[in-house]
Design a protein around this ligand. Structure first.
Ligand code: MN3
Length: 200
């Protein structure tokens, strides 16, 4: 396969005021595009050509840092655009996913608080995650372009806490960005879709 930059699933203005056009233009058109372009160059001759994106991420982890960083970030950002939608967030969580959050993570409020803490305490660049690992939900965090795929899990929600994701809109206030993401941006239907696929 080769990596391709997707179109955003909404307009550049659709997530304002919680995520601005300027942030999406830089983050999608420049940062994600660079992961795609660099990933395609590094994929050539890597021995992983012809594999799926998930296989490339897992196959390069710990072995080919350049390819892993770019392929991992391509995977993360492909989903990140879909993990958000206009008028998203809040507590309108589909029933089966909500039941699992209640039983595995102590309820929606606790899950949101733990997710926000994971993102706020990731030192430097990285991601906060809601994952399915061994059939159970968990909240985790990873540095740089890593994701739960390389730790035996399936990511169903992730928030990019690299500064390029929030500095234009929130400056240094990463906790405010995480709160806005959870309260106003999360596409819980897409999270539920990934949850169903990971637990069937
Ligand atoms: Mn990013």
């Amino acid at each position: 396969m080769s990596f391709k930059l997707p179109e955003l699933p909404y307009s550049y203005d659709a997530l304002a005021p919680y995520m601005s056009r300027e942030t999406l233009e830089y983050h999608h058109d420049k940062h994600h595009k660079a992961y795609v372009d660099n990933g395609n160059k590094l994929l050539e001759g890597s021995g992983l050509e012809g594999k799926s994106l998930e296989e490339i991420v897992q196959g390069s982890f710990g072995k080919n840092a350049g390819l892993f960083n770019n392929a991992g970030q391509h995977y993360n950002h492909l989903h990140f655009w879909q993990w958000m939608k206009p008028n998203g967030g809040g507590d309108k969580i589909p029933g089966k996913l909500k039941a699992a959050i209640d039983s595995d993570l102590g309820g929606v409020e606790k899950m949101k608080a733990d997710f926000a803490t994971a993102g706020a305490t990731q030192f430097g660049s990285g991601w906060a995650w809601l994952t399915v690992t061994g059939g159970k939900l968990a909240v985790t965090k990873t540095p740089n372009g890593e994701n739960p795929l390389v730790h035996g899990g399936t990511p169903i929600l992730g928030c990019d806490v690299w500064e390029h994701s929030y500095y234009i809109d929130y400056r240094n206030r990463r906790p405010d960005y995480l709160k806005a993401f959870l309260d106003h941006l999360v596409n819980w239907e897409y999270v539920e879709h990934l949850f169903a696929a990971a637990t069937k």
